[in-house]
Design a protein around this ligand. Sequence first.
Ligand SMILES: [Zn+2]
Length: 566
Amino acid sequence: MAYDLVVRNGVVVDGSGMPRYRADVGVIGGRVATIGRIRESAREVIDAEGRVVAPGFIDGHTHMDAQVFWDPLGTCSCWHGVTSVVMGNCGFTLAPCAKADRHLVVRNLERAEDIAGEAMDAGIDWTWTTFAEFLDAVDALPKGINYAGYLGHSALRTYVMGERAFEQPGTADDLALMERELRAALAAGAMGFTTSRSPSHETPDRRPVASRMATWDEVRRLVGVMGEMNAGIFEIAGERFGDAAGLRGYHERLRDLAVETGRPITWGLFSRREDPTLWRTYLALLEETAAAGGRMFAQVHSRALSVVLSFKTNLPFDRLPVWNDLRALPLAEQAARLRDPELRRRLVEAARERDERKPIGAEARRGAYEWVFLMDSPQGPHRSVAEIAQERGVDPVEAMIDLALEREMNVFFVQPIANEDQDHALELIKHPRTAVTFSDSGAHVSQIMDASLQTHLLAYWVRAKQALTLEQAVRMLSFDNASHWGFADRGLIREGFAADLVVFDPDTVGPDMPEVAHDLPAGARRLVQRARGFSATVVNGDVVLRDGKHTGALPGRLLRGPLARR
Ligand SMILES: [Zn+2]
């Protein structure tokens, strides 16, 4: 027997959570053919001596819907071991939508998810109207990794209702049309249906995104379509409540919807500093729903959700008039001006003003400098700006300016905006009804660097803290997520399974420092973050990355949802 690929001499961590063992892994026709001692020849060999061989990681929460058109590799996720992603979360998709109306769905995506409108205009060849046609377009694209997609409520509403989608609840006729398109999307392979009721999801003109204008009854009817068809997952970016009764009502609605439809319901969950026990009520909801006969799981992150601040990208002061003038200048000129004592005084003073503006999504926040950290290594521990300022006897904003000047403007700060407490983060990771996912990859491209959540789990929680075994962590990233999203032949190293594999050094694997890149269509800017420690990433049997570099192979596939596979 001749193999297409053999990964030799590695230590297999197979994704099941069972203990590691030494074996070669042989691949034929894109699938794992043999696990054992392989003596036969192979077209290609990866020497994995001293390395771990694991299933490729699966990320169930991304926004790569636009990016897939200009970046087939799925960066930065692919650099962190991810071989399959689910797009279309939080109600945001590019379909259904006719080309002529594309400004409507772009409006939903642009601000809420921080994907540059000009990048979308320049980078997307809009060939579809329906969701089924969109899936065919993604299917036809060259892809480095595997992609699956939900149908998003905001797109569905604007498709059916046009401008009215941003203003009112749907009529009976609107709903009938939405249900019809959702049925067709599921039949074509949509993973399910997503929506947002989150106050942090706004359009560039500060109106709610379209899905937020839906009544709960509209949501219920649409999830009910999945119940009738017995297929699909419902993902929701949830509401926020000022009072316990409102929160309880929302939880009961979610629980009842899970029970009445029989479909899995999922949402992101973070602990929050301003309300440090709220997340526990959501964990209790998971158990309550299960006890009532419904399916529900939460999506969690492996660390604090962190906004990245820098003079090269965004600072929390950018909108203040005196800052605005400065920040419009080229970076070298900003540096020169920042040495002017009079201007510095005005900048520091302006930055002290109270922040009246509510930040949207992952936009930077002003103030609270004990929660802004100097990021001088990928992993930390990081010192706070407040602490550094106190040591230097200067205002925190002045300390940020000085730190930037001392490093030729090459400095990053991180500002945790959720999951600040790492004990909470670990409890969320270890809860049996959570999935470690939620990179939001493809979104917030100039704001955060959460595409490294997988390598953070391995570097921080496994290696530095020893809070998880490598076997547990790999299982969370591969088999558990494959199970949640129904990828029946992925997420394990098993004979017959798709050969999505990562080969990495457990002693060095981890995220690198972020960098600023201008590699989006039309030159738009984003933060990129690479990883260290990976020797190879294999997708459907082909080596896509070797030592972090693209081999040129594009073996990724569209993964269609359950109805298209049946
Ligand atoms: Zn999202």
